[in-house]
Design a protein around this ligand. Structure first.
Ligand SMILES: *Cc1c(COP(=O)(O)O)cnc(C)c1O
Length: 828
């Protein structure tokens, strides 16, 4: 019972709540003793991690609550970022940095004889994503909080994130990533906001009391979505945004018949299948996975999140939705959350009694779609048969959307049945499918690509029919990355040098990096720049030794390609160049050769046979090269296992040459390329994705360009003859002979035939052999430049200096201004 003396938690002011906390050392001690029950003298660094994480999280809570209040009270548009992936990595250092608790944390830990670095190492990566798309979502949340924008992330709390990769006998071996095993010290469970999700069942047409027909979705199997909130701290600005992750659970409603007929355990077990939905992240990057469980995950995320937003709306505004579209925006990270379009229609019509036209007006006013790829194998299509079984009500709505859309098209282009067939949301055939990208385009007011070239290719190719119908919907938002994680945190040496020379504002105003431009001409500054790089190379070399047993020569050029293993990213092209260098060494042709340490890392999707074979090839080539005494001090190749966010934090500061060598027209943007650029690596790359903009920003003279451009690729495909190219080029011929002669698979004959026949195939989509000569030449140019270290360092500085455009702060400012119409909510 409440009486006058009892106090609701909401009565605690920001100031009071901070006063409730003791000093950080005392809080650390309190959590070790009370929260964790650690009373021994000797204890594992993991306990210090848990205690410090909990203490730091506590310090976020008052700002978190205050930010939520500010959002509730404002009449600004709120944005909900829907993504099946958030590749967050670690949170401790990020929170410590953003709350300015670095000094305090170090001091608090000092009395236990542990460092912040040791403690931070104890945190498992939150690997709830595959690669670029998931990491982009994480960088975006960071920038939204930095810019104090009212943006909430919505995702799934996978029990198992991206698999752990190890290498056995050169092959990738996957192990589950049980990142939650020791608890997640950042999240707060919010069971009071649990939502119910329907699946299966069937629909019924009914009449309401006014004689208006409506649909009911009945006989469903229901499950629960329980939210867990992760804090997203802004950078030294008192804002803490929210990432809400849903966990699937069984409802406690049982089949009473089964329950009472003595099958109690069976009934319980059946119910528990519900939690499968949030069990595991699908490990496919840039390829579709047509499994039923995947569609369940997608619908689960979308339904729970939309219900959440609608419930908050109703709490505040009642059943009046006239302003809903103006005050809400949903950004769909690829087509994975495409069900948001029909689900919002369903919730508005079936649960809130809004008529079709009004519901459609609202939906198309608040949905915005980001496309991430042009690869046909990545375009999601779900069979009508699966849809009608799993989500029958949604299918009805999709059909109705399609009918109305097609009749609109028919009105504008009467007689053009071919056009109607092309743009239909339903791909006809003996197994009709729903085209999820088309559903997103029709249901959204904005469709964006993620780099200039990518958006142009969307407009002229994949979505050209839609571009002609709605040119105003299409826009570009070139990706970015957060400089707070990808420079300030991961490269403390460079951070200190920047702070000392160009001031400290670059951490939230990345264009300040331009102040470095004149310093590129200063020999004393170049020397300090090179010293920082050398220290980062030392750190990377230690890390490589620890993880692979291979020693890197710290005087060598560090040449790095880390990203998902995929044919279009052409790790094979890189390997062919390394084999060519080895061939030169074997032939004693080492004049002007620059010593190189080549690092390749990345995960292959477990079902992607060719990608896994490429991993095996890299490892086999590495074994031969590293064991040959002739290569000593000249060439090393390693495959770095289990590439993830926390390893990129050590790899990118130590890299000198950034390999961005995809077949032109295939990489939508890339973001790894931007992280390397910020850290002073020079790119060797094709005119693909954001590489083009990197080259524009850095200046063509500060970029090693090679290969066909996107148009050239289309032309070359018409008459591609890789065998003729090989026969006409003795260097390439020798590389192929080494590969095909079994030099790298003496004990395993024939295992790489699939790769070599692919290279020689005139239909090879990736045109690897077409670009090899130009690639080798660009590598010679890179080597020559490296020998002139003054020139190299100058180029390195100019790359970092011109990387401001690639801050995700810039990207998010453009989303806010040009798509969302969202304004920052400053604390009053
Ligand atoms: C940045 C990043 C990526 C994306 O790399 P691309 O080179 O753009 O494909 C993938 N994985 C991790 C762990 C990253 O940090």
């Amino acid at each position: 019972m409440l009486d006058q003396t009892s106090m609701a938690p909401a009565d605690i002011s920001l100031e009071d709540s901070n006063n409730l906390l003791a000093s950080l050392p005392d809080e650390l001690r309190r959590h070790l003793y009370y929260t964790l029950g650690i009373h021994d003298k000797e204890s594992d660094p993991t306990y210090y991690y848990r205690a410090l994480a909990t203490a730091v999280r506590d310090r976020l809570v008052p700002y978190w609550r205050e930010t939520r209040e500010r959002f509730r009270e404002s009449d600004q548009r709120r944005v909900h970022y829907f993504s099946l992936e958030f590749l967050l990595g670690r949170s401790l250092n990020n929170a410590v940095q953003n709350l300015d608790l670095d000094e305090a944390s170090r001091e608090a830990l000092h009395r236990y004889g542990v460092t912040l670095e040791e403690v931070a190492e104890e945190e498992p990566d939150a690997g709830l994503g595959n690669g670029g798309l998931g990491r982009l979502a994480a960088c975006f949340l960071d920038s939204c909080a930095n810019l104090q924008l009212p943006v909430a992330g919505y995702g799934i709390r996978y029990e198992f994130g991206m698999f752990h990769q190890s290498i056995e006998a050169g092959r990738q071996v996957e192990a589950p990533d049980h990142w939650l095993r020791d608890g997640n010290f950042w999240e707060i469970e919010r069971p009071e906001h649990t939502r119910t999700i329907k699946m299966y069942g069937h629909t019924e047409r009914c009449m309401d009391e006014n004689g208006t027909p409506y649909s009911r979705w009945v006989g469903t199997h229901d499950l629960l979505a329980v939210p867990y909130d992760m804090p997203i701290p802004g950078y030294k600005n008192d804002t803490v945004n929210t990432l809400r992750l849903w966990k699937a659970e069984a409802t406690d409603v049982f089949d009473l018949e089964e329950f009472n007929s003595g099958n109690y355990p069976d009934a319980v077990v059946q119910k528990n299948n519900a939690d499968q939905i949030s069990m595991v992240l699908y490990p496919n990057d840039a390829s579709e996975n047509g499994k039923e469980l995947r569609l369940k995950q997608q619908y689960f995320l979308v339904s729970a999140s939309l219900q959440d937003v609608l419930a908050k709306w109703v709490e505040q505004y009642g059943d009046d939705f006239s302003d809903f579209g103006r005050l809400n925006c949903f950004q769909l990270n690829d087509t994975h959350p495409a069900c948001a379009v029909p689900e919002l229609m369903r919730l508005l019509m079936d649960e809130h009694k809004v008529d079709w036209d009004t519901a459609w007006q609202i939906t198309t006013r608040c949905m915005a779609y980001t496309n991430h790829t042009l690869l046909p194998e990545a375009l999601e299509r779900w069979s009508v048969a699966l849809f009608s079984r799993l989500l029958p009500r949604l299918l009805e709505i999709i059909f109705e959307i399609n009918e109305r859309f097609l009749s609109q098209v028919a009105k504008k282009h009467p007689g053009d049945t071919e056009l109607r067939r092309r743009v239909s949301l339903v791909e006809e055939g003996d197994q009709p499918h729903i085209r999820m990208a088309y559903l997103c385009i029709v249901g959204s007011f904005s469709v964006n690509g993620v780099a200039h070239l990518h958006t142009e290719l969307l407009k002229s190719g994949l979505f050209s029919d839609f571009y002609h119908i709605w040119p105003e919907k299409f826009n570009n938002k070139t990706n970015g990355v957060t400089q707070r994680r990808w420079l300030s945190h991961c490269n403390p040496g460079l951070r200190d040098l920047l702070n000392e020379t160009i001031g400290t504002e670059w951490d939230s105003e990345m264009e300040q990096m331009k102040k470095l431009i004149p310093l590129a001409e200063d020999p004393a500054f170049r020397k300090r720049w090179a010293e920082v790089k050398q220290e980062n190379k030392r750190r990377l070399a230690d890390y490589v030794l620890e993880n692979t047993g291979v020693e890197f020569n710290e005087a060598a050029m560090f040449d790095v390609q880390v990203k998902r293993i995929h044919e279009y990213k052409r790790q094979l092209l890189n390997v062919l160049h390394v084999i060519h260098l080895y061939d030169r060494i074997c032939r004693g042709e080492t004049k002007d050769m620059v010593s190189r340490c080549v690092l390749i890392g990345g995960k292959a999707a477990p079902g992607y046979h060719v990608a896994k074979l490429i991993v095996k090839l890299i490892n086999n080539v590495a074994s031969v090269i590293n064991a040959d005494p002739k290569t000593k001090d000249l060439l090393r190749l390693v495959f770095f296992p289990n590439y993830r966010v926390s390893s990129m934090e050590i790899i990118c500061p130590g890299t000198e040459l950034s390999e961005q060598i995809s077949t032109a027209g295939k990489e939508a943007s890339g973001t790894g390329n931007m992280k390397f650029m910020m850290n002073g690596a020079i790119t060797i790359g094709t005119l693909d994705g954001a590489n083009i903009e990197i080259r524009d920003q850095a200046g063509a003279e500060n970029f090693f360009l090679f290969g066909l451009d996107a148009k050239g690729v289309e032309v070359a495909k018409q008459k591609y003859d890789p065998n003729a190219i090989i026969a006409a080029d003795t260097d390439i011929q020798r590389v192929m002979e080494m590969l095909e002669g079994g030099m790298f698979n003496e004990q395993e004959p024939g295992i790489f035939d699939l790769l070599t026949t692919g290279l020689r195939n005139p239909h090879d989509q990736w045109l690897t052999i077409a670009d090899l000569r130009s690639y080798i030449n660009a590598q010679v140019e890179a080597s020559k430049t490296y020998l002139d270290s003054e020139k190299w360092n100058r180029m390195s500085i100019l790359n970092a200096a011109n990387s401001g455009w690639f801050s995700s702060d810039r990207t998010i400012q453009q989303y806010a201004d040009e798509i969302w119409g969202a304004k920052p909510l400053q604390d009053s």
